[in-house]
Design a protein. Structure first.
Length: 598
């Protein structure tokens, strides 16, 4: 029970700790807008691991009993104690006390279901761990199933790029019949998997860009970090702050690899084309392997970042959520602080100044002093504010003008940004159509090549079949004339006609010329049927039919040009002449048969 209670308290405290994590993450995103991707990635990763350490410390404190759960008795006593000390306090204190009572009631309600909450959390973690194991097994399956050699050229190219990036591991490259996007799998024995046809479907420079990106993942040890990050997501699946920062870390990881790849190949245009080509090949893939593609919106942000050297910032939804969260946190914090302050002080009088600004435009705070009696000095700030109200109105007018001009400038900037985004989307769509068209052309060329090879093999098999048929005819003739010297020939096996490939579907490219449909495969004549071998006459059956052979399980007979003996008994000349005329027309050779089944 102590462990369950500690887990419950840790999960409960991790919620407000996740809130702090989200606020810190927003500050990092805003503060590092001009920084490089590596700095932002390191800061976000450090925040996530600090959060994990803090949660571990809270769990240790809860396990040792230094952090106690909120029970119902505390909830009932606390409001009465506050009310007893604040009898002479003004009305707002009662309202704040009621607010605290509601919060304590909610926490007490959750505490009464602590065991059930921990059980549900544990079951969900078990299900997510099974999902993680399935994902890791899929990587193992990809590395060992339907792999084809990429060629010596690409193996040397991978070694060259690895040396340029400072990677000392031996890295293999294969074409995969299962993988749909380029990816690198494994850490101790890394393997780069390329979809079949992609090495020939895009240019050499684009393939080099893709390989550089995958090698950048290996250099940064992203494979191990991604698995650790997945485990953290499993434990804190209920915490929006953790899930948000984890998403940002994955996006910045791709940006870091983009920077390393661009430094390696030094060709931004080819790299962007490679990204778009990979997006065209993209389908669902395992999230535990390092693949070059991402979501389409993220791809647009990556291209925008590489073109304009501008990091992404918080979008409108993220800003709204963070603002609401910050205001809620400040409200709750202020409520707690006010309750504590009112509980330990006497009645205090307040004089509030309505105009919050003085001559230089600085905020003018409220006066929080005990009212011991009338004091003329308290009226001085009011007179100062009244004397400077005209100046403040003038300054307020100028501020309004500056704000209007600034809003117009921002409007023009937003319009220019929208136009640039439209141009980028147009360029991405055009490159995607070209990549799709090139991929279909590559598949069509591969199908035609395979069809030509199958047709050539079929012609060779057909010629071999004709030669075998001629040889078979000769063997049949020899067998008929010399049945005692030759074994029964084996009929040749007709070759199997190759299966014609399916015609590729032309891509739907609105800006590309219409691709004519592929020609239908020619109809091949069916292979001629092999001639059936003539059935050799059966001398044993005739001997049994004529009554010369009684026992068909144990017998022997021999016939030559001079005599016919059955079981050692010489037969008459008439019988010998009859069988000679039927089975030894050439009057040469010897027919001998012995059967013994005992």
């Amino acid at each position: 029970m102590e462990v369950q209670n500690a887990i419950y308290l840790t999960l409960l405290h991790s919620l407000w700790m996740g809130l702090v994590l989200a606020l810190a993450t927003g500050i990092v995103i805003v503060a590092t807008k001009k920084s490089n991707a590596s700095t932002r990635y390191n800061l976000l990763t450090a925040l996530l691991f600090v959060f994990v350490l803090a949660v571990g410390f809270v769990f240790y404190q809860s396990l040792t009993g230094k952090i106690a759960a909120v029970n119902s008795s505390n909830t009932q006593i606390a409001p009465q104690h506050l009310i007893a000390e604040q009898t002479n306090s003004p009305a707002p204190v009662a309202t704040e006390s009621s607010f605290m009572t509601n919060i304590n009631s909610v926490v007490s309600l959750w505490s009464s279901y602590a065991n059930q909450i921990v059980l549900i959390w544990f079951l969900i973690i078990c299900a997510k761990c099974i999902q993680l194991m399935v994902g890791l097994h899929s990587i193992y399956y990809l590395k060992r199933t339907q792999l084809f050699i990429a060629g010596k050229f690409w193996e040397n190219k991978v070694a060259e790029l690895s040396k340029k990036l400072g990677i000392n591991k031996k890295i293999s490259i294969f074409q995969s019949g299962i993988a749909k996007v380029p990816m690198i799998a494994g850490y101790f024995k890394p393997v780069i998997l390329m979809p079949i046809g992609m090495l020939n479907g895009i240019s050499t420079a684009e393939v080099e860009a893709i390989l550089s990106h995958e090698l950048a993942h290996l250099k940064r040890n992203d494979y191990l970090v991604n698995i650790i990050q997945s485990l953290i997501e499993i434990v804190f699946f209920f915490n929006p702050g953790v899930l948000w920062i984890s998403k940002l870390i994955r996006e910045e990881r791709e940006n870091c690899c983009d920077d390393l790849a661009l430094h390696c190949i030094e060709n931004k245009h080819q790299y962007i084309k490679a990204l778009i080509a990979c997006q065209e090949f993209r389908t669902d893939h395992t999230s535990y392997a390092m693949a070059i593609t991402g979501k389409k919106n993220h791809l647009k942000e990556r291209v925008n970042r590489m073109i304009f050297d501008n990091n992404s910032t918080l979008n409108k939804m993220e800003k709204t959520i963070l603002t609401i969260t910050l205001i809620s946190a400040l409200t709750v914090t202020a409520a707690f602080n006010n309750i504590n302050q009112v509980a330990g002080h006497k009645e205090v009088g307040h004089v509030v100044v309505n105009n919050p600004f003085i001559t230089d435009g600085q905020p003018f705070c409220m006066i929080d002093e005990p009212m011991m009696g009338p004091d003329v000095s308290l009226m001085e700030p009011i007179s100062v504010v009244q004397d400077t109200s005209k100046k403040w109105r003038n300054k307020n007018t100028s501020v309004t003008k500056r704000t209007t001009i600034s809003s117009n400038t921002n409007t023009n900037t937003d319009e220019q940004k929208e136009q640039l985004d439209e141009k980028i989307e147009h360029a991405i769509a055009s490159e995607r159509d070209k990549a799709s068209f090139a991929a279909d052309r590559a598949r069509q060329a591969a199908d035609k090549k395979q069809y030509a090879e199958d047709k050539k093999k079929y012609e060779e098999d057909k010629l071999q079949y004709l030669r075998d048929a001629e040889r078979y005819a000769e063997d049949v003739g020899k067998h008929v004339s010399n049945s005692d010297k030759f074994q029964e020939p084996v009929a040749p096996k007709a070759p199997q006609a190759p299966k014609a490939p399916n015609a590729p579907t032309p891509p739907k490219a609105p800006r590309a010329p219409r691709v004519p449909s592929a020609p239908n495969a020619p109809n091949f004549p069916s292979a001629p049927a092999a001639p059936s071998a003539p059935k050799a006459p059966d001398m044993t059956a005739d001997l049994v039919k004529d009554g010369l052979l009684k026992d068909t399980k144990n017998f022997t007979y021999k016939m030559n040009t001079e005599e016919l003996t059955i079981n050692g008994v010489k037969q008459s000349d008439a019988v010998h002449k009859k069988y000679m005329g039927k089975y030894m027309k050439n009057k040469r050779g010897t027919i001998s048969t012995t059967v013994n089944t005992d």
